[in-house]
Design a protein around this ligand. Structure first.
Ligand code: AMP
Length: 512
């Protein structure tokens, strides 16, 4: 179906043609006619499907008639992150170039004065993150009684980030008679409940199974010792044909640590996470888009939905805790019909997370082994726990970091000490003082590796000869619930008392 059949105005069609789109994507073809009719829409679609244009294009035409009043926006688009909000604003600039609509972007980290100046001129489209939106409302700087169209984008991400109470408050401030467009990549029960509450007789549209990665992404999974992950990543960056890459970490702290480690090893990398000042985030993204920076080390929140043309590689330095994030992350590459590559680095206690991802995408991620770096297997205990699937999401987060901490603090440290290596540094200061790692030991005959990276695929759970874990007796693998103080082979009973570990600090969800 051509764009011309969707009912859009000649001006919007001209702008679309100038961007170079030949025909609408499935979500655009299905949603645009209903949005133009004034219907509510419940869209199950992830980024990369063209969903932004599916609401911006018809909104431009709808908002053409009528005028905005001072501090009374006529439409409101809620986005979970500043980057997504900025991208939506850019869409309005591009597609609305033949219209005279005013828009304002209300995001944290930017000056209030500038944003207020725009509101004073009257805005047709207000694009905001929930926190900043409420902030301004509470200061009495904005009135929401004239909002005729509400868009809630990436609702599942809002849920993950704890924004749903804010979203509910904002929706409560809007007129009851309005058009609502609600998009989410996944539809867990909590999101369905919200959709039922916010939407009235919506047209439900679902494009591509929410969990299917882009067909053009070549996926690979390397399972290595936790402490070999940095070396594995460097090896891949050097040997793969990486033009530009986003490397994902699960935690903001790790983004900084990994970035510094890569910089120390001479890679042209920059960090991107929610704790950075907005101006720096914007500048970093612009430089990455322009090709001035080749590697971005990012957190999920900061990089969600980023649309970077021709991204050649995505690396998951950490296996994502939420399986859906895997799909979102790797979807940054393999766009617009180009091939992309997604490498995931897992360590022995990531078994249950990998299992969840493979269940979600419906197939195993092909294993690869890396030249000079031993492949390890997943801990059985870990996989068993994952199969039970009882842990809550927040619980899983805590468990993940705890099991990681246990595995790196206990058997591995002593193992490294025996072999004269240092443990992996935990802080940036440690990275700076870290000596360059010794080159990997030469391959033994037993290890069938023929090429630096992609070579003998390894089956899940394989324990190769290079697997240091498999050579250890069970007692040394830290399998007991609590560590005991060492006393050779003859430990007196009184010394076997469990040592109480201090409670782990819970990682705060990243703010937009
Ligand atoms: P989105 O899902 O909105 O993040 O869009 C993903 C990418 O698809 C963006 O780079 C858009 O510019 C692009 N895009 C949107 N609509 C079309 C279309 N009809 N044809 C080709 N590319 C499109």
């Amino acid at each position: 179906m051509p764009f011309a059949d969707l009912g859009l105005s000649p001006e919007v069609l001209r702008a679309v043609e100038e961007v170079g789109y030949v025909e609408p994507t499935p979500i655009q073809a299905q949603a645009i006619p209903y949005v133009l009719m004034g219907r509510d829409v419940l869209g199950s679609a992830q980024t990369g499907t063209g969903k932004t244009a599916s609401f911006t294009l018809p909104m431009i035409d709808i908002l053409t008639s009528g005028r905005a009043r001072v501090r009374m926006p006529r439409s409101l688009i809620l986005e979970p992150t500043r980057e997504l909000a900025t991208q939506v604003a850019e869409n309005f600039d591009v597609y609305g170039k033949y219209h005279k609509l005013n828009q304002a972007l209300l995001i944290g980290g930017e000056s209030f004065a500038e944003q207020l100046k725009k509101l004073d001129r009257g805005v047709d489209v207000l694009i905001a993150t929930p926190g900043r939106m409420l902030d301004l409302f509470e200061r009495g700087k904005i009135l929401l009684s004239d909002v005729k169209i509400l868009v809630i984008d990436e609702a599942d991400r809002m849920l993950d980030m704890g924004f749903i109470p804010d979203v509910e408050r904002i929706v409560g401030l809007l007129p009851k008679i309005r058009q609502t467009l609600f998009f989410s990549a996944t539809m867990p029960p909590e999101i369905r409940r919200l959709a039922d509450a916010f939407l009235s007789n919506p047209k439900t549209i679902s494009v591509a199974p929410p969990a299917s990665p882009a067909a053009m992404v070549v996926q690979a999974l390397a399972v290595v010792d936790h402490q070999d992950k940095r070396e594995t990543l460097r090896h891949l960056l050097r040997t793969e044909n990486v033009r530009n890459a986003v490397i994902f970490c699960n935690r903001k702290r790790d983004v900084d640590i990994l970035h510094r480690s890569l910089a120390k090893h001479g890679f042209d990398a920059s960090p991107l996470h929610g704790d950075m000042a907005q101006a720096r985030r914007t500048e970093t993204l612009d430089r990455f888009r322009n090709g001035e920076i080749a590697i971005l080390v990012a957190s999920d929140v900061a990089a969600r939905g980023l649309d970077i043309e021709g991204l050649s590689h995505v690396f998951n330095f950490d296996v994502p805790i939420h399986a859906e994030d895997y799909v979102h992350r790797i979807g940054r590459t393999g766009r617009a019909g180009r091939e992309g590559h997604a490498f995931t680095l897992a360590s022995e206690n990531d078994g249950r997370f990998v299992e969840a991802i493979e269940k979600l995408i419906g197939k195993p991620i092909p294993r690869v082994e890396i030249l000079g770096i031993p492949t390890v297997g997943f801990e059985e205990k870990d996989a068993r726990r994952g199969r039970r699937g009882e842990a809550s999401e927040s619980g899983r987060r805590g468990e993940a970091s705890e099991s990681r901490r246990r595995s790196s603090d206990r058997p591995r440290v002593s193992e490294r000490k025996r072999s004269g290596e240092r443990p992996a540094p935990e802080t940036s200061a440690e990275i700076d003082s870290m000596p360059a790692k010794k080159p990997a030991a030469p391959q033994t005959e037993e290890k069938p590796v023929s090429h630096p990276t992609r070579h003998a695929p390894v089956r899940s759970g394989d324990r190769r000869s290079g697997d240091r874990r498999s050579r250890q007796p069970r007692e040394q693998e830290g399998d007991q619930d609590a560590p005991v103080l060492a006393f050779g082979d003859h430990m007196p009973e009184f010394l076997k008392r469990p040592v109480k570990l201090p409670p782990l600090r819970k990682e705060e969800p990243e703010a937009a």
